[in-house]
Design a protein around this ligand. Sequence first.
Ligand SMILES: Nc1ncnc2c1ncn2[C@@H]1O[C@H](COP(=O)(O)OP(=O)(O)OP(=O)(O)O)[C@@H](O)[C@H]1O
Length: 258
Amino acid sequence: MSVCPMIPAWPREPDAALSLHCLCKTYDRQQVLSDISLAVAPGEVFGLLGPNGAGKTTLMKLIAGLSRPDSGRLTIFGRDGGRGRQSIKHMLALVAQDNNLEREFTVQEALLTYACLYGVASPRQRVAEIVQEFDLTAMLAKRVAVLSGGMARRLLIARALLPAPRLVLLDEPTVGLDPDVRQDIWAVIRRLAAAGTTVFMTTHYMEEAEQLCRRVALLKAGRVVAAGTPAALALLADTGEPPSLEAAFLRLVREAGV
Ligand SMILES: Nc1ncnc2c1ncn2[C@@H]1O[C@H](COP(=O)(O)OP(=O)(O)OP(=O)(O)O)[C@@H](O)[C@H]1O
């Protein structure tokens, strides 16, 4: 029988925005996720850290319902993420790493089409709100194919927020972006949290985790090896230097047997 790590003082399942209990996933007989147990409070920005191949995207896909766990339990705002998918679909949005925008559409068309597909009430009005919030007016007539990486990322996030999801999953939201666009996206994430939206994000940037996340979990070879506030995790570095999340990350990732 697998042992499930207990994490004290985390939100209890009925109160949590997202609750994962002993989730396991294998691909081609490779154990990719083992006994993942986490809980994220409503309105929290939670960061998932880990080296390449640790299983972060796989976990995102399980939460988003794009893939099924082999075992374990997943609830979103207290509802079963397995059987009750239909009833929670509208509550969450995933912004994946890849750009899956329709290249021939204009920005306006991309937003309006998505709003209609997702049954957003008053789609034109909602698109106008999002355009204003993301300062997209100047690029509305541009075709998606000609957008820079930073513009496309902003559009992907803007599009995902059209149905006003309560839980937003961001897979490496600022990877490959310049510092200016990164700051823009950080501001979006802070606004979401201030408005009570829950954000569950992955990142390879320790500074990003420190700046944005109330708590983080470190995934290594498909297991949670540490979790807590960035400041608490930084203390695990134990290097004699001023504590840093980066030093703690390196220590935990390199340490054998953790
Ligand atoms: N569809 C799949 N079929 C088979 N193996 C897969 C599949 N998706 C992921 N894997 C494997 O699962 C493991 C975890 O991959 P995953 O993409 O979740 O890691 P990650 O932590 O997101 O990595 P990165 O930081 O590089 O994005 C890897 O060994 C990967 O090869």
